[in-house]
Design a protein around this ligand. Structure first.
Ligand SMILES: [Zn+2]
Length: 64
C-alpha cells in the first residue's frame, strides 16, 4: 500500500481508538491497544478498546 493511503488509514484507526479511550477515560476497567499484525501474508492494523465497567468491547482491523 502506498504511504499516503496507509497514513490516512492509520490516522482513521487511531482517531476511532482515541474517541473510545476519551469516552471511557474515567473508567477503572478501561484497556486498549493498537497493534500491527501479519496474518496470511497481509498486514493489519488492529485497534481494540475494552471497558469492563461499561461492558464495552470494540475492535477494528484495517489492512495497512
Ligand atoms: Zn467505561
Amino acid at each position: 500500500m502506498e504511504d499516503e493511503r496507509r497514513a490516512a488509514v492509520v490516522a482513521d484507526l487511531v482517531g476511532s481508538f482515541e474517541a473510545y479511550v476519551a469516552e471511557h477515560r474515567v473508567c477503572d476497567g478501561l484497556a486498549g491497544r493498537i497493534v500491527e499484525v501479519t496474518e496470511n501474508g497481509a498486514r493489519w492494523g488492529v485497534a481494540w478498546v475494552e471497558c469492563s465497567d461499561c461492558d464495552v468491547h470494540w475492535e477494528r482491523r484495517l489492512a495497512v
